[in-house]
Design a binder for this molecule. Structure first.
Ligand code: MN
Length: 306
Protein backbone atom coordinates (compact mmCIF):
# COMPACT_ATOMS: atom_id res chain seq x y z
CA UNK A 1 0.00 0.00 0.00
CA UNK A 2 1.17 3.53 -0.62
CA UNK A 3 -0.22 6.95 0.03
CA UNK A 4 1.11 10.10 -1.59
CA UNK A 5 0.17 13.70 -2.26
CA UNK A 6 0.65 15.51 -5.53
CA UNK A 7 0.91 19.28 -5.70
CA UNK A 8 2.37 21.53 -8.39
CA UNK A 9 2.90 25.08 -9.68
CA UNK A 10 2.80 26.99 -6.42
CA UNK A 11 4.16 30.10 -8.15
CA UNK A 12 5.08 31.84 -4.92
CA UNK A 13 5.81 35.33 -6.18
CA UNK A 14 8.13 38.10 -5.05
CA UNK A 15 5.99 40.97 -6.29
CA UNK A 16 2.33 41.80 -5.95
CA UNK A 17 0.49 40.62 -9.13
CA UNK A 18 -1.34 43.56 -10.67
CA UNK A 19 -4.62 41.62 -10.79
CA UNK A 20 -4.82 41.03 -7.01
CA UNK A 21 -5.78 43.37 -4.20
CA UNK A 22 -4.72 41.26 -1.19
CA UNK A 23 -1.29 41.28 0.43
CA UNK A 24 0.23 38.50 -1.64
CA UNK A 25 3.12 37.78 0.73
CA UNK A 26 0.79 37.24 3.65
CA UNK A 27 -1.72 35.23 1.59
CA UNK A 28 0.81 32.89 0.10
CA UNK A 29 2.46 32.10 3.45
CA UNK A 30 -0.99 31.36 4.91
CA UNK A 31 -1.75 29.12 1.95
CA UNK A 32 1.51 27.29 2.38
CA UNK A 33 0.83 26.74 6.08
CA UNK A 34 -2.63 25.33 5.20
CA UNK A 35 -1.03 23.00 2.68
CA UNK A 36 1.54 21.79 5.22
CA UNK A 37 -1.24 21.20 7.78
CA UNK A 38 -3.22 19.17 5.23
CA UNK A 39 -0.13 17.06 4.44
CA UNK A 40 0.60 16.48 8.14
CA UNK A 41 -3.00 15.41 8.77
CA UNK A 42 -2.98 13.01 5.81
CA UNK A 43 0.54 11.75 6.59
CA UNK A 44 1.37 10.37 3.14
CA UNK A 45 4.47 8.22 2.50
CA UNK A 46 5.73 11.10 0.40
CA UNK A 47 4.72 14.35 -1.27
CA UNK A 48 5.67 15.04 -4.85
CA UNK A 49 5.77 18.50 -6.38
CA UNK A 50 5.53 18.99 -10.16
CA UNK A 51 7.65 22.18 -10.39
CA UNK A 52 7.45 26.00 -10.39
CA UNK A 53 7.50 26.33 -6.61
CA UNK A 54 8.44 30.00 -7.02
CA UNK A 55 7.28 32.27 -9.82
CA UNK A 56 10.89 33.11 -10.76
CA UNK A 57 14.25 31.36 -10.12
CA UNK A 58 15.26 33.77 -7.36
CA UNK A 59 14.88 37.24 -5.90
CA UNK A 60 17.35 39.74 -4.45
CA UNK A 61 15.22 39.71 -1.30
CA UNK A 62 15.53 36.32 0.45
CA UNK A 63 12.88 37.01 3.12
CA UNK A 64 10.12 34.97 1.46
CA UNK A 65 12.56 32.09 0.94
CA UNK A 66 13.38 32.06 4.67
CA UNK A 67 9.67 31.99 5.47
CA UNK A 68 9.05 29.16 3.00
CA UNK A 69 11.90 27.15 4.54
CA UNK A 70 10.58 27.58 8.06
CA UNK A 71 7.08 26.47 6.98
CA UNK A 72 8.29 23.48 4.92
CA UNK A 73 10.50 22.33 7.82
CA UNK A 74 7.27 21.37 9.62
CA UNK A 75 6.39 18.72 7.00
CA UNK A 76 6.34 15.24 8.45
CA UNK A 77 6.57 13.41 5.09
CA UNK A 78 9.48 13.44 2.61
CA UNK A 79 9.05 16.06 -0.09
CA UNK A 80 10.30 15.35 -3.63
CA UNK A 81 10.62 18.03 -6.25
CA UNK A 82 10.70 17.97 -10.07
CA UNK A 83 12.11 21.27 -11.43
CA UNK A 84 9.80 23.46 -13.48
CA UNK A 85 10.32 26.09 -16.16
CA UNK A 86 10.23 28.94 -13.63
CA UNK A 87 12.99 27.35 -11.51
CA UNK A 88 15.74 27.57 -14.09
CA UNK A 89 17.55 30.11 -16.25
CA UNK A 90 17.15 29.75 -20.00
CA UNK A 91 16.88 26.09 -20.85
CA UNK A 92 19.66 25.02 -18.49
CA UNK A 93 18.26 22.49 -16.05
CA UNK A 94 21.43 22.55 -13.91
CA UNK A 95 20.84 26.23 -13.20
CA UNK A 96 18.22 25.27 -10.59
CA UNK A 97 21.24 25.03 -8.24
CA UNK A 98 21.63 28.82 -8.46
CA UNK A 99 17.92 29.34 -7.86
CA UNK A 100 15.92 29.38 -4.64
CA UNK A 101 15.19 25.70 -5.33
CA UNK A 102 18.91 25.00 -4.87
CA UNK A 103 18.79 26.77 -1.50
CA UNK A 104 15.67 24.82 -0.47
CA UNK A 105 17.47 21.61 -1.39
CA UNK A 106 20.55 22.64 0.63
CA UNK A 107 18.30 23.44 3.60
CA UNK A 108 17.09 19.82 3.57
CA UNK A 109 13.39 20.74 3.04
CA UNK A 110 13.11 19.18 -0.39
CA UNK A 111 14.81 16.48 -2.42
CA UNK A 112 15.22 17.58 -6.04
CA UNK A 113 14.78 14.96 -8.76
CA UNK A 114 16.65 16.86 -11.44
CA UNK A 115 17.35 14.19 -14.04
CA UNK A 116 15.13 12.51 -16.54
CA UNK A 117 15.32 9.12 -14.82
CA UNK A 118 13.46 6.39 -12.95
CA UNK A 119 13.56 6.66 -9.17
CA UNK A 120 12.62 4.03 -6.60
CA UNK A 121 10.41 5.61 -3.98
CA UNK A 122 9.11 4.73 -0.51
CA UNK A 123 6.70 1.73 -0.76
CA UNK A 124 8.76 0.46 -3.73
CA UNK A 125 6.99 2.67 -6.25
CA UNK A 126 8.88 3.30 -9.48
CA UNK A 127 8.60 6.89 -10.56
CA UNK A 128 9.57 8.22 -13.98
CA UNK A 129 10.61 11.85 -13.82
CA UNK A 130 10.57 14.27 -16.74
CA UNK A 131 11.70 17.72 -15.57
CA UNK A 132 10.85 20.84 -17.56
CA UNK A 133 11.87 21.51 -21.15
CA UNK A 134 13.20 18.01 -21.71
CA UNK A 135 10.51 16.60 -23.91
CA UNK A 136 7.51 17.35 -25.97
CA UNK A 137 7.60 14.02 -27.77
CA UNK A 138 5.72 10.86 -26.90
CA UNK A 139 8.85 8.74 -27.64
CA UNK A 140 10.73 10.31 -24.75
CA UNK A 141 8.24 8.80 -22.30
CA UNK A 142 8.44 5.22 -23.59
CA UNK A 143 11.32 4.37 -21.21
CA UNK A 144 8.83 4.86 -18.36
CA UNK A 145 6.68 1.84 -19.28
CA UNK A 146 7.62 -0.07 -16.10
CA UNK A 147 6.96 2.90 -13.79
CA UNK A 148 3.94 3.17 -11.52
CA UNK A 149 3.90 6.95 -11.71
CA UNK A 150 5.21 9.46 -14.20
CA UNK A 151 5.76 13.05 -13.08
CA UNK A 152 6.29 15.70 -15.71
CA UNK A 153 6.70 19.45 -16.04
CA UNK A 154 6.08 19.45 -19.78
CA UNK A 155 2.84 20.35 -21.51
CA UNK A 156 0.46 17.40 -21.36
CA UNK A 157 -3.00 18.42 -22.53
CA UNK A 158 -6.37 17.05 -23.56
CA UNK A 159 -6.78 19.82 -26.15
CA UNK A 160 -4.30 21.16 -28.70
CA UNK A 161 -2.36 24.23 -27.59
CA UNK A 162 -0.65 27.01 -29.53
CA UNK A 163 2.78 25.86 -28.25
CA UNK A 164 4.72 22.57 -27.95
CA UNK A 165 2.70 19.92 -26.16
CA UNK A 166 1.73 16.25 -26.06
CA UNK A 167 -1.89 15.23 -26.36
CA UNK A 168 -3.11 12.85 -23.66
CA UNK A 169 -4.68 10.52 -26.21
CA UNK A 170 -1.36 10.20 -28.10
CA UNK A 171 0.61 9.36 -24.94
CA UNK A 172 -2.00 7.13 -23.30
CA UNK A 173 -2.03 4.55 -26.10
CA UNK A 174 1.49 3.35 -25.12
CA UNK A 175 0.64 2.86 -21.42
CA UNK A 176 -1.80 0.91 -19.27
CA UNK A 177 -2.72 1.47 -15.63
CA UNK A 178 -0.27 4.36 -15.05
CA UNK A 179 -0.71 7.63 -13.23
CA UNK A 180 0.65 10.74 -14.94
CA UNK A 181 1.15 13.67 -12.56
CA UNK A 182 1.35 16.78 -14.72
CA UNK A 183 2.43 20.32 -13.94
CA UNK A 184 3.19 23.35 -16.11
CA UNK A 185 -0.21 23.84 -17.70
CA UNK A 186 -2.28 25.74 -15.19
CA UNK A 187 -5.41 23.77 -15.87
CA UNK A 188 -6.69 21.34 -13.25
CA UNK A 189 -7.92 17.99 -14.58
CA UNK A 190 -8.47 14.31 -13.90
CA UNK A 191 -8.66 12.47 -17.20
CA UNK A 192 -8.88 8.70 -17.70
CA UNK A 193 -7.53 7.57 -21.04
CA UNK A 194 -6.78 3.98 -21.99
CA UNK A 195 -6.90 2.97 -18.29
CA UNK A 196 -4.31 5.64 -17.38
CA UNK A 197 -5.07 8.52 -15.06
CA UNK A 198 -3.78 11.97 -16.00
CA UNK A 199 -3.84 14.54 -13.18
CA UNK A 200 -3.03 18.21 -13.00
CA UNK A 201 -3.93 20.10 -9.83
CA UNK A 202 -3.31 23.55 -11.34
CA UNK A 203 -1.59 26.44 -9.54
CA UNK A 204 -1.63 27.23 -5.83
CA UNK A 205 -1.15 30.98 -6.24
CA UNK A 206 -3.21 32.53 -9.00
CA UNK A 207 -1.02 35.23 -10.50
CA UNK A 208 -3.17 35.98 -13.54
CA UNK A 209 -6.77 37.04 -14.02
CA UNK A 210 -7.19 34.06 -16.37
CA UNK A 211 -6.71 31.77 -13.33
CA UNK A 212 -9.43 33.49 -11.31
CA UNK A 213 -11.83 30.52 -11.31
CA UNK A 214 -9.27 27.87 -10.35
CA UNK A 215 -9.76 26.39 -6.87
CA UNK A 216 -6.30 25.62 -5.43
CA UNK A 217 -6.00 22.08 -4.10
CA UNK A 218 -3.72 19.10 -3.58
CA UNK A 219 -4.47 15.55 -4.79
CA UNK A 220 -4.24 12.70 -2.26
CA UNK A 221 -3.72 9.18 -3.64
CA UNK A 222 -4.12 5.86 -1.87
CA UNK A 223 -2.88 2.85 -3.80
CA UNK A 224 -3.59 -0.63 -2.48
CA UNK A 225 -2.18 -3.21 -4.94
CA UNK A 226 -3.93 -2.26 -8.19
CA UNK A 227 -6.76 -0.37 -6.51
CA UNK A 228 -6.42 3.39 -6.53
CA UNK A 229 -8.44 5.95 -4.57
CA UNK A 230 -7.93 9.66 -4.88
CA UNK A 231 -9.45 12.87 -3.63
CA UNK A 232 -8.85 16.61 -3.75
CA UNK A 233 -8.31 18.64 -0.63
CA UNK A 234 -8.93 22.33 -1.21
CA UNK A 235 -6.78 25.11 0.22
CA UNK A 236 -8.84 27.93 1.76
CA UNK A 237 -8.80 31.08 -0.37
CA UNK A 238 -9.80 34.68 0.29
CA UNK A 239 -12.83 36.08 -1.53
CA UNK A 240 -12.70 39.09 -3.81
CA UNK A 241 -8.96 39.29 -4.18
CA UNK A 242 -9.08 39.97 -7.91
CA UNK A 243 -9.32 43.45 -9.34
CA UNK A 244 -12.73 44.03 -10.87
CA UNK A 245 -13.83 46.52 -13.49
CA UNK A 246 -10.27 47.44 -14.28
CA UNK A 247 -10.13 46.78 -17.97
CA UNK A 248 -6.61 48.16 -18.35
CA UNK A 249 -5.19 45.84 -15.73
CA UNK A 250 -7.16 42.83 -16.88
CA UNK A 251 -6.38 43.30 -20.54
CA UNK A 252 -2.71 43.68 -19.58
CA UNK A 253 -2.85 40.27 -17.92
CA UNK A 254 -4.53 38.76 -20.95
CA UNK A 255 -1.93 40.35 -23.21
CA UNK A 256 0.86 38.82 -21.14
CA UNK A 257 -0.75 35.39 -21.44
CA UNK A 258 -1.14 36.05 -25.14
CA UNK A 259 2.59 36.80 -25.45
CA UNK A 260 3.44 33.60 -23.57
CA UNK A 261 1.11 31.54 -25.69
CA UNK A 262 2.72 32.83 -28.90
CA UNK A 263 6.15 31.50 -27.92
CA UNK A 264 7.32 28.34 -29.69
CA UNK A 265 4.13 27.88 -31.66
CA UNK A 266 4.38 25.74 -34.77
CA UNK A 267 0.81 26.27 -35.90
CA UNK A 268 0.28 28.08 -39.19
CA UNK A 269 -1.86 31.20 -39.31
CA UNK A 270 -2.75 33.42 -42.25
CA UNK A 271 -2.73 36.62 -40.30
CA UNK A 272 -2.32 37.97 -36.81
CA UNK A 273 -6.08 38.04 -36.20
CA UNK A 274 -6.27 34.28 -36.70
CA UNK A 275 -3.57 33.90 -34.05
CA UNK A 276 -5.58 36.07 -31.72
CA UNK A 277 -8.81 34.15 -32.38
CA UNK A 278 -7.04 30.86 -31.75
CA UNK A 279 -5.55 31.96 -28.44
CA UNK A 280 -8.75 33.60 -27.29
CA UNK A 281 -10.56 30.29 -27.83
CA UNK A 282 -7.86 28.16 -26.22
CA UNK A 283 -7.66 30.33 -23.13
CA UNK A 284 -11.37 30.92 -22.85
CA UNK A 285 -10.79 34.66 -22.73
CA UNK A 286 -13.82 36.76 -21.88
CA UNK A 287 -15.20 38.15 -25.21
CA UNK A 288 -15.10 41.67 -23.72
CA UNK A 289 -11.31 41.50 -23.28
CA UNK A 290 -10.86 39.64 -26.54
CA UNK A 291 -12.54 42.58 -28.30
CA UNK A 292 -10.26 45.00 -26.46
CA UNK A 293 -7.21 43.00 -27.56
CA UNK A 294 -8.42 43.00 -31.15
CA UNK A 295 -8.80 46.79 -31.16
CA UNK A 296 -5.33 47.16 -29.71
CA UNK A 297 -3.92 44.85 -32.34
CA UNK A 298 -5.64 46.87 -35.08
CA UNK A 299 -4.09 50.10 -33.76
CA UNK A 300 -0.62 48.56 -33.67
CA UNK A 301 -1.03 46.99 -37.13
CA UNK A 302 -2.13 50.38 -38.57
CA UNK A 303 0.89 52.12 -37.02
CA UNK A 304 3.30 49.50 -38.34
CA UNK A 305 1.92 49.48 -41.88
CA UNK A 306 1.81 53.28 -42.29
MN1 MN B 1 3.83 26.93 -13.87
Amino acid sequence: MSKFIFTTDWHICFHQPSCRVDNITETQLNKLSSLVNICNQELPDFIIHGGDLFDAPRSADPSILNNVISILKNLKSPFFYVPGSHDIYGYNLDSYKQSFIGTLEASGCIKVLHDKAIYKFPSDLLIGVMPCQLSNKVEDYLGFKDCDLIVTHNSISDISLPYDHILIKDLAQYFNGKIFLCGHIHKPFYIMENNNLFVNTGPLIRTSITEKDIKPHVAVFNKVNTKLDYKDIFIPVLDNIFVNKNITTESKEVTMTFNDALKDTDLVFNDIYEVLDHIVKQLNVDPKYAEKLKLRLETVTKKLTK
